[in-house]
Ligand binder design. Structure first.
Ligand code: PLP
Length: 379
């Protein structure tokens, strides 16, 4: 955790709003993932926070990358562009996955030269890949239960288990190579049974595929969903890791490579926002504070990610239930209607911790207010 004194000092030096990234914490989160899940190769899901310095730090720390658009691919590629060709190509093969099941023709055409792994989940995509990117490797994405996840993904992506082997057969018939399976149990999954069910499903499909003669598959991508410790109810990673390690070693032989796409887990706890009280009013019997960061900006995760970030004051003292609004003209720009806060004056600072995932990434410039300034610590 970044100390309050340091946050105040940064605000004095740089002004507000700030989005402070602690690179030591990023390295620590990656190390923790590797420590508890030694068989799993983590591909950082760039969408969670595409800040180029975050990518650089995780690249230097040995991470692999999950990208879902060409600009995300190029952000990662920036780090390897000067490597000799064979090493650059090896990196792309071993350490980048393009994990969006639906790709445009133009994206496929551009991707083909890099020959990365890509995911797919339907017949139309097979036709597109055959035509525009025949040199990529394929992972079939399965539809798996997302029960209780904070962000549900299964309504949009994933092949039904019953059609999975037919989709593998169709890809092979089109001359494409299916290297394995992938799934996503939903983001911020605290119901670890989702992982167990998905692994069971994937093991069944591996077996059925082998029986039907598709014996080349040797990769399983267990996706994202690893929960960030937003509150005490979230069980620590090592508890999930124990379940995953036991289930994976029981169901998948050692020659099946296990990949994962953690986004939130790697970046959420590494970032803190600092903003400033710019207005104050009493409305509907409640103290209201207006701050210079909001739901169209760093707090955008409240809408898009269904996440809530408590707003904390630097001041001590008796608290009351307050509303906190963002800086724009829109009433949607409401961070909370019920936050316990002490009495604050204009110019006082507030902060929110664990705000690194799906926050600054979806910040806009709506109403003329630019995204918060990014500050790097321990770069
Ligand atoms: C395909 C895919 N992989 C990985 C992730 C990252 O998930 P998380 O941040 O829950 O780890 C997402 C998030 O939406 C995703 O769609």
């Amino acid at each position: 955790m970044i100390s309050k004194t340091l946050l105040e000092k940064l605000a004095k030096e740089h002004g507000t709003p700030l989005f402070v990234i602690d690179h030591d914490q990023l390295r620590e989160n990656l190390a923790e993932f590797n420590r508890w899940l030694p068989r799993v190769q983590p591909y950082f899901a760039v969408k969670a926070n595409p800040n180029p310095e975050i990518i650089r730090t995780l690249y230097k720390a040995g991470a692999s990358f999950d990208v879902a658009s060409m600009p995300e691919f190029l952000l990662v590629h920036e780090n390897i562009k000067d490597l000799p060709d064979p090493q650059r190509q090896d990196f792309i093969w071993d350490k980048i996955i393009y994990s969006h099941p639906i790709k445009t023709n133009a994206t496929l055409q551009e991707l083909d030269q890099y020959k990365p792994l890509v995911t797919y989940d339907n017949y139309e995509e097979i036709k597109k890949v055959q035509k525009y990117a025949p040199h990529v490797g394929m992972l079939l994405r399965l539809r798996v239960p997302n029960t209780g996840a904070m962000v549900e993904l299964s309504s949009k992506f994933g092949a039904e288990p019953g059609e999975a082997v037919d989709l593998i057969a169709a890809s092979e018939a089109a001359g494409l190579t299916v290297e394995g399976l992938s799934f996503h149990v939903g983001s911020q999954t605290t119901n670890f049974q989702n992982f167990v069910q998905a692994l069971n499903m994937a093991a069944g499909i591996f077996q059925e595929a082998r029986l039907r003669g598709f014996t080349k598959m040797n990769q399983l991508d267990i996706g994202g969903g690893f929960p960030a410790p937003y509150d005490d109810n979230v069980k620590p990673l090592h508890e999930l890791a124990k379940i995953l390690n036991d289930t994976i070693s029981r169901m998948f032989p050692k020659d099946v490579a296990i990949l994962a796409e953690p986004g939130r887990f790697l970046v959420a706890t590494a970032c803190t926002s600092v903003s400033e009280v710019i207005g104050k009013a009493h409305r509907d019997g409640r103290q209201c504070y207006y701050i210079n960061d909001g739901v169209y900006h760093t707090y955008s995760g409240q809408l898009f990610d269904h996440c809530h970030y408590p707003v904390r004051s630097f001041k001590e003292g008796p608290t009351e239930l307050c509303a906190v609004f963002g800086p724009t003209c829109d009433a949607l720009d409401t961070i909370t209607l019920a936050e316990e806060l002490p009495d604050m004056e204009l110019g006082d600072l507030v902060y929110s911790e664990n705000i690194g995932a799906y926050s600054h990434a979806s910040s806009t410039s709506f109403n003329g207010f630019p995204p918060a300034k990014v500050i790097h610590l321990n770069l």
